[in-house]
Structure formats: structure tokens, C-alpha cells
Design a protein around this ligand. Structure first.
Ligand code: KG4
Ligand code: ZN
Length: 359
């Protein structure tokens, strides 16, 4: 009985995260990032990330336990991201979690990073974060959907059961939204990581100064509700990236300064407009009335704003996690782990291997 105390470990990319939850209550979310070590390379270098996880894991674990005011003895279960992500980076977190599980005799749960990005929406936080959805335990509302927008994925999902039964309604057919942000930021000379840089710069720009294309929005792709086209709920961001590159080239060819703030704002508007319009359409046509927003790009201010507006207009109840729970962290892993424990699902044991390309 009681709500399980679960420790979550995340190491799939450049963030070493340890989070602790009690049931659906967030106790602590401790994150150490190696991003600064990757900035000069313009992207995350796997080998550097793996070594940084090795250095950061024990201090991050100690800090999390101290902050939550709990000991390892009191923990009921350990959860760890087993994929998808960088193979070497995942290996560090998985080995650390297995060692902890063996040393303490606690059950260990292997967690899908992407489902955790969505499952974090089930957490209650004390800082005005998401409200609790549904009663405690594994009972979720009917008609629950999730919009997952990260560096590697852009997907609209129906969640029948967060512990495994997830149906893909639509996804990107090329770049992920975060990838598009990062590539366009590089094009505009904004450095890495690009998402936050574009988000900031776009505030100073005029989104209507330039009109960039909305991928897969033509009737031949959309079809109608009765006769859906081949990509009604899908996205494409590679054409948008090319359009931004052409636009920049044209300014340069004319010897004019590139209005980077306007380009950033117009690019962001195109991404956010098509993500939210297709997501809301998919919800309406599939009877989804509750939506969880998750993934690194869910930290984007314009995406948060427009998703809220459009969901509210469509009568969809939206849960948007606080910023710190959108980017990679251990609390989301603990949150999903707690759902598995509460659903009575058997632990994974310690024989599983990390899977860098887990679907
Ligand atoms: O979920 P995440 O932390 O890592 C993956 O699992 O992929 O997402 C990282 C992505 C990066 O592409 C980053 O540029 C983007 O999320 N991102 C943002 C913002 N913050 C992070 N994109 C747009 N606006 C932001 N504020
Ligand atoms: Zn992530």
C-alpha cells in the first residue's frame, strides 16, 4: 500500500538527471548538464557526454537524496532510461542503476525516455505546475492524448495506458521540430542549442514579416475528415528549413543585412502554427479531450501559448509541465516508474540492455 517512493535516473543525452517522486508527487528534480562542453562543437559529442555522466552521476544522486530528505534504504523502486538516446550515455545511467539495484536489493524498471516525456504530465508539483490528472494510480482519463515535441521526435499520440498502450496518430516524416530549430539556429549563426536561442530572439522580431511554408498542409496531403489524405496528422519540417536558407541567401545576395529576429520569429510561427493546428485536428477527430504536452520543445514560449489558445478554443484540457520538467530530467523517469509500480507491473530485472533506437 501507500504511494511508492521512486528514484529516476536519466542519461540519454547531455543531461545527468536524478529525480525522486512519491506516487504522483514530485519531491526533487536534480539535473547536471554537460551542454557547455559541447557548445564549441555545435552539437552533443557522445564520448564527452558519456564521460560527463560518469563524473556527474554520484554527486547528482547525493544531491537529489539530500534535497528530498530520503535515504536509499527508503526508496521503493529505481527507474532508469533505457532508450532511445546515445548508446554510451545510456550505458552509464543503466549501469549505475543496475549497480544501485543490486547493492540495495530494490526493484529496477527500464523506462522509455519518450513515454517519460509524456508521463511527466501526470506529476503534481508545488509550484503551480500541472494539476494531477485522474486519481492516483494507473487510472488515466479516457480520451487522453499526448503531443511529444523533442530533439528527435514530433508525434501526436493516443494514450490508452501510460504503461504501454500508446497509439501513434501522426508524426514528422523528416526532421523533428527540435532538430529544425537547431538547424535553423545554426543557419542564422545563433549557435547551439538552437531552440532556446530562437525562442529568445523571436520575441524581438515580427513573425508576419516573412511567410514560411507549412509542410504537408496542402489538400492532397490533408484530405478530409471522411477521406483523410496520406499525411493528415503528419508534419514535415525539412522544406521549411530549406525555405529559411533560401531567404537568408536572398538577403545576402542583395547585400542587405539579414533581419535575423524577423526570420527567427517567422520560422517559429510556421513551426508552432502547423504543430498546434494538426495536433488539435487530430484530437478533435479522434475524440481526445485531454492533452499532455511534452518534450524539450515544449519549453518553447510560443508553442506553449498557441497550444493553450487552440486547445482552449477546441474544448481540450491541456497539461503543460513546468519548464524544468520539459527538458531531459530524472523526475520524468521516476514519474513513469511510479506509474508502473502502481499498476502492479513486474520490474525489468537487471538483464536488460540499453536500446539506443528504442521506438
Ligand atoms: O527532449 P529534449 O531535451 O531532448 C530529446 O530527447 O531530444 O529536446 C531537446 C530539443 C533541442 O532540439 C532543443 O533545441 C529544443 O529541444 N528546445 C527548444 C527550446 N528548449 C529546448 N526548442 C524551442 N524552444 C525552446 N525554448
Ligand atoms: Zn528528451
Amino acid at each position: 500500500g501507500g504511494r511508492p517512493l521512486v528514484l529516476g535516473i536519466e542519461s540519454s543525452c547531455d543531461e545527468t538527471g536524478v529525480g525522486i517522486v512519491r506516487g504522483t508527487q514530485l519531491l526533487t528534480n536534480t539535473v547536471s548538464s554537460s551542454m557547455e562542453e559541447h557548445v564549441r562543437f555545435g552539437g552533443v559529442i557522445p564520448e564527452i557526454a558519456s564521460r560527463a555522466h560518469l563524473d556527474a552521476f554520484v554527486p547528482t544522486l547525493r544531491e537529489a537524496l539530500a534535497e528530498a530528505g530520503v535515504t536509499l534504504d527508503e526508496i521503493d523502486a529505481i527507474a532508469v532510461t533505457s532508450g532511445p538516446g546515445l548508446a554510451g550515455a545510456l550505458m552509464v545511467g543503466v549501469c549505475a542503476a543496475k549497480a544501485l539495484a543490486v547493492a540495495t536489493g530494490k526493484p529496477l524498471y527500464a523506462i522509455n525516455h519518450l513515454v517519460a516525456h509524456v508521463g511527466v504530465g501526470l506529476l503534481r508539483t508545488d509550484d503551480g505546475g500541472p494539476q494531477e490528472i485522474g486519481p492516483q494510480g494507473n487510472t488515466l482519463p479516457d480520451n487522453l492524448g499526448a503531443l511529444l515535441v523533442s530533439g528527435g521526435h514530433t508525434e501526436i499520440l493516443r494514450i490508452r495506458n501510460i504503461t504501454g498502450d500508446v497509439e501513434l496518430l501522426g508524426s514528422t516524416i523528416d526532421d523533428a521540430a527540435g532538430e529544425a530549430y537547431d538547424k535553423v539556429a545554426r543557419l542564422l549563426g545563433l549557435g547551439y542549442p538552437g531552440g532556446p536561442a530562437i525562442d529568445r530572439l523571436a520575441r524581438a522580431g515580427n513573425a508576419k514579416a516573412i511567410r514560411f511554408p507549412r509542410g504537408l498542409s496542402q489538400p492532397k496531403y490533408m484530405g478530409t475528415a471522411d477521406e483523410p489524405g496520406p499525411h493528415r496528422y503528419d508534419w514535415s519540417f525539412s522544406g521549411l528549413k530549406t525555405a529559411v536558407a533560401r531567404c537568408v541567401e536572398q538577403f545576402e545576395a542583395r547585400g542587405e543585412p539579414v533581419p535575423v529576429a524577423d526570420v527567427a520569429a517567422a520560422f517559429q510561427e510556421a513551426v508552432v502554427d502547423i504543430i498546434t493546428s494538426k495536433a488539435v485536428l487530430a484530437c478533435r477527430e479522434n475524440g481526445i479531450t485531454e492533452l499532455l504536452l511534452g518534450g524539450g520543445v515544449a519549453a518553447n514560449s510560443r508553442l506553449r501559448q498557441l497550444t493553450e489558445q487552440r486547445c482552449s478554443a477546441a474544448g481540450i484540457r491541456l497539461t503543460v509541465p513546468p519548464l524544468a520538467l520539459c527538458t531531459d530530467n530524472g523526475a520524468m523517469v521516476a514519474a513513469l516508474g511510479a506509474q508502473l509500480v502502481m499498476a502492479g507491473i513486474a520490474p525489468s530485472g537487471i538483464a536488460f540492455a540499453p536500446d539506443s533506437s528504442m521506438p
